[in-house]
Design a protein around this ligand. Structure first.
Ligand code: MN
Length: 232
């Protein structure tokens, strides 16, 4: 039996609706600019620039109904409501027509973003890690098994802050569908059980401040509620 020099942290995991067992998180992948209206509000042309991928660490996960401390080193923290795909299978070069076989279920997520650091990174041609992969940046609802809710490919996706509507879209407007995302991602990384994929956000992203209460959802999946706390 192998030993470690200090005790290991708990494996990051997410509640599964209707089950006692939890979903162990392997990796967190995210799709950038997967709704045309959001690509345009970021100053990009969705006709010329296809979506792309970035990652967050597995332990950036925060579950539903939590208060998070306001992240350090940002004056422009943005919300990004997204549908999240949870995988129970994996592989390399997965065909799109077999991709849904890998899907365990779906959740509602919020890809928190330090927009000021992202803009700076983009302008200087630097990586997005400090803008996207910071602590407590991957908020997620319970995962709802596809065996119960099916594979949603249309339905409202929305987010309100302090009961004021901010983001509004429809899953039908995804540029890359879930099978296309899985097929494309599997040409770049070997997918594995426990992987989560944040599928991109509709337009309406905007800044958050301490005390804000976020409520967002995806029709047919769940509602995600988060409170932004004070700076540490
Ligand atoms: Mn996003």
């Amino acid at each position: 039996m192998s030993q470690f020099v200090f005790s290991t942290p708990a494996w990051p995991s997410v509640e599964i609706s209707g089950l006692d067992a939890r979903f162990p998180v392997h990796r967190i992948y995210c799709v950038g600019r997967n709704y045309a209206a959001h690509a345009r509000e970021m100053g990009q042309d969705p006709e010329r620039e296809p979506p792309f991928f970035f990652m967050k660490p597995a332990d950036a996960i925060v579950e539903n109904h939590q208060t998070i401390v306001f992240p350090t080193r940002t004056g422009n923290l943005h919300h990004e409501i997204e549908m999240v795909v949870a995988l129970s299978g994996g592989g390399i070069n997965v065909r799109a027509d077999r991709a849904l076989d890998l899907v365990f279920g779906y959740a509602v997520g919020n890809d928190l973003t330090r927009r000021d650091l992202q803009s700076e990174a983009r302008d200087k041609g630097r990586p997005w890690a400090t803008a996207k992969a910071f602590d407590r940046s991957a908020i997620i609802s319970a995962i709802h098994p596809a065996s119960r809710i099916g594979h949603p490919n249309s339905g409202r996706i929305w987010l309100s802050v302090n009961d004021e509507p901010r983001q509004q879209g429809d899953l039908a407007d995804l540029i890359w569908s879930v099978p296309e995302i899985i097929a494309e991602l599997s040409t770049l990384f070997e997918l594995a059980p426990g992987d989560l994929i944040y599928t991109g956000t509709p337009s309406g992203v905007a800044a958050l401040k301490p005390g804000d209460r976020l409520e967002g959802g995806v029709e047919g999946i769940d509602t995600l509620i988060t409170t932004i706390g004070d700076s540490p």
